[in-house]
Every structure is written in C-alpha cells, then in structure tokens.
Write a protein that binds this ligand. Structure first.
Ligand SMILES: Cc1cc2nc3c(=O)[nH]c(=O)nc-3n(C[C@H](O)[C@H](O)[C@H](O)COP(=O)(O)OP(=O)(O)OC[C@H]3O[C@@H](n4cnc5c(N)ncnc54)[C@H](O)[C@@H]3O)c2cc1C
Ligand code: SF4
Ligand code: SF4
Length: 375
C-alpha cells in the first residue's frame, strides 16, 4: 500500500525542492499529472501520463515544489490574492454569479462536450485580443491527450470535447511562457488551476516564470480523471480505440462511462471504470475549479439529461470572468437560460461531498464528525 502524507489543503505553504516533491507527492500517489513541475528545468518530464524524474536536483527549495498543487498550500491566502471575500462560499469557493449557458453557434456545439461554452469563451477571448494564445487539449494517439497552444480562434473550435485522461497543461504553459505570446489563456482542471494560483501568488522575482502573462483561467468541473495506463487496455477489449472520438460521464444515476466512436456508443459500468481512476483524484477536494476566473461543467435541467447535456453550468468567480461572460452575452456568442431553482444548492452539496471524501481519505475531521453525530 502506498504511503500517504498529510493533506496539503488548508496548510501553510510548505518548503522543499525536488527531493521533497518526490517523497511527498510522486511516491505517495498524489501526483495529478498537472505538469506544473515540468519545463521549469530539465530534471522533470512527462512520460505518457506520468511525471518522471530524469536527474536528481539538490536545491533545498524549488519552483517544482512551490507550484505543485499537492504540496502544502494555504488556500485562504490564495483566495485573498485574487477573489473577493464577499463572494466566498465554503462549498464552492468564490461565486460571483451562476449561469446556464451554451454556445450560440450550433456547429461549435456539435463538436463540444456539452454546451460548448468553454470553446466559445476561449475563441471569443482570442478574437477580441484579450489573450493571444490559448492552452487547450487535443486528442493524441491511443487516447493519450496532449496539451497544445492555439492562436487562431477557429482552431479553438477544433479542440472541443473533454479528454478524461489528464493532460499536462501547466507544462505547456511553462513552455510557451518563454516565447512570444504576451497574453495567455488556459483551460484547466481544478488541480491545474491551483497550480496556476500558486504561481501567481509568488512574487515575480521569486517565480521568474512570466506568470504575469497569464490573463485568463477557464476551469472545468472535475469529479475524477482516468489513468491512461489502465483505461487504454480496458477499452481495447471493447473497441478499436483508434475509433474513439469522445467520452462522457452522464449523471450518477446512469452509473456509466459513455464511449463514443464514429459508429456507436459503448456504455461501460462505473464499477468497471473505478479501478482506472487516477490515484491522486481519490484525495482531491476541488470539484469546481475554485481558483479559476470562471468554471464550467455540465448542466442539470428539468427536461432531463438529453437536453441538459447540450448546456453548461457556469460559476463566475472573478471580475475578469464576469467581464468575459458579459462580453459573450453582448456579442451573442453565448445563449443564456434561467438556472432552475435548486441547481446551485445541488452543486454545493456535490462539491461538499467531494471535500468530505478527501477528508476521509486523509482520515481528517471524520472522527470529530462521527463523534458529533453519535452524540
Ligand atoms: C478529466 C475531466 C473530468 C471532468 N469531470 C466533470 C464532472 O464530474 N462534472 C462535470 O459537470 N463536468 C466535468 N468535466 C467538464 C466537462 O467534461 C466539460 O469540459 C464542461 O462541461 C465544459 O463543456 P463544454 O461543452 O463547454 O466544453 P468544450 O467547449 O467542448 O471545451 C472543452 C475544453 O476542455 C479542454 N480539455 C479537454 N480535455 C481536457 C483535459 N483533460 N484537461 C484540461 N482541459 C481539457 C479542451 O481543450 C476544450 O478547450 C470534466 C472534464 C475533464 C477534462
Ligand atoms: S506539480 Fe503536478 S505533475 Fe508535478 S508532482 Fe505536482 S501534481 Fe505531479
Ligand atoms: S479529480 Fe482533482 S486531481 Fe483529479 S484531475 Fe480532477 S482536479 Fe485533478
């Protein structure tokens, strides 16, 4: 059984270098594959969906450790950095606004995971010059995704859909930040958004990472991601994985992963998928990308899943996120509909459920909770 370390969330920022990163994160199964420790120096790299050490480094303090979302992190300090205290909720982090949206462009929606809001917003930000480069994720060979940079708004439309295997988006940011792009936007899972927030929190003189170029973080809701090394062999038994064009997880009552090929939809029970969940995701406490400018997930609507899957729920967290959403409204890029009563409360409950599961994983607070209930 793997050794586990104390849950980083809520602790003061820790200090360490590559040695501590290896001991506390890589060897303990906490690595999310976010890529934040890669492309800073030549000593760490991504191999398939794993983060590997290529060469030992004996620095006592390193940016790899500082930026990693799984090293001790003072989340409250991060929130104070770029979110308003009045917006903060215990369940979802900052909520400046909650919306149901979808891309107005039907063609874009056809190539999107749900309502296409993420792609529409990234394309709009590129078109309006709010950013000049966007780090997105595209399908790679054999279901292994890759993080790529696009500068043309039309190219953003070609990178819609969710790859449920982690892609090292922060490593791609670390790569391009040394290049010509002056204003960079990213689409990030919650763990990646934490890494970006940690980078932003360090004084520029210390981080020296060009983090001031990061202008927009669009977060994705994330229940869990899948391990490529486990998923690919499983799906090979069911289909030709070269034909897979997408995957989705419908609401929990369906208890399935849907795998789409050009000709059919294969439904795999989540019982079979569960062993493929990335180890780090079992201890992750952020479901809604709390450290983004706005975050986007699938919608829940009274008409049922077939309608809801064509829409998104959007949580706006910062003024910048709100400005972008309002620009999208004015330009007619997004369509809005009223959020059904109770949707935000259901999201809060689901998010709290993930936080509780993470606490149970680390054996924290649960004893107190049980004592209280028993009393
Ligand atoms: C691993 C994972 C788990 C998720 N779990 C949930 C969940 O439990 N509940 C929920 O409501 N939503 C979840 N989502 C988000 C959901 O799948 C959609 O991305 C979201 O609803 C936005 O839909 P859209 O139509 O606007 O996206 P689109 O317009 O299709 O755009 C999707 C964007 O995501 C980027 N992307 C694709 N794969 C990745 C990746 N692996 N890492 C980073 N960026 C990526 C693409 O480049 C694209 O920009 C998850 C997403 C991922 C990647
Ligand atoms: S920074 Fe990201 S990729 Fe590197 S060890 Fe931490 S979680 Fe893993
Ligand atoms: S569940 Fe958490 S650790 Fe896993 S990919 Fe999603 S945000 Fe990252």
């Amino acid at each position: 059984m793997q050794e586990r370390v104390a849950e980083p969330a809520g602790q003061r920022n820790g200090q360490g270098g590559q040695k501590e990163l290896e001991e506390q994160v890589l060897r303990t199964g906490l690595c999310t594959g976010c890529g934040a420790c890669v492309n800073l120096c030549p000593y760490q790299a991504i191999y398939q969906d794993r983060t590997v050490l290529l060469h030992p480094c004996d620095l006592a303090q390193g940016r790899c450790y500082d930026f990693c979302p799984r090293t001790p992190t003072d989340r409250d300090a991060l929130r104070r950095n770029f979110q308003e205290a009045a917006d903060c909720t215990p369940e979802l982090g900052a909520v400046k606004g909650f919306f149901i949206t979808r891309a107005a462009d039907g063609n874009l929606r056809c190539r999107a995971q749900h309502g296409g809001s993420v792609t529409a917003l990234m394309a709009l930000a590129l078109r309006e010059g709010l950013i000049d480069a966007a780090v997105l994720v595209e399908e790679g060979e054999g279901l292994l995704p890759r993080s790529v940079t696009v500068t043309d708004p039309n190219e953003a439309g070609e990178r819609g859909r969710s790859r449920l295997v982690v892609s090292p988006t922060v490593a791609e940011f670390n790569r391009i930040v040394r290049g010509d792009a002056a204003k960079i936007g990213v689409v990030a899972t919650p763990c990646q958004a934490i890494a970006f927030a940690k980078m932003r929190a360090l004084p520029l003189s210390e981080s020296n990472a060009g983090i001031e170029k990061l202008r927009l973080v669009v977060g994705l809701f994330c229940g869990w991601a899948l391990s490529w090394r486990k998923l690919a062999p499983l799906l090979k038994k069911k289909t030709d994985i070269a034909r897979v064009i997408g995957m989705d997880i419908p609401p929990s009552r369906y208890h399935t992963l849907e795998v789409y090929t050009s000709g059919e939809t294969i439904r795999v029970s989540l019982d079979e998928i569960d062993p493929c969940v990335r180890e780090a995701c079992r201890s992750c406490d952020d479901m809604t990308a709390e450290f983004s400018d706005l975050s986007v997930g699938s919608a829940r609507l009274p008409e049922g899943w077939e309608t809801a899957r064509g829409w998104n729920q959007v949580i706006v967290r910062t003024k910048q996120g709100m400005d972008l959403l309002e620009l999208a409204r004015r330009r007619g890029v997004l369509e809005f509909r009223e959020a059904p009563p109770g949707n935000l409360e259901k999201l809060k409950a689901a998010s709290l459920g993930k936080k509780r599961a993470a606490e149970r994983f680390f054996g924290r607070d649960v004893a107190d909770e049980e004592t209280t209930q028993a009393g």
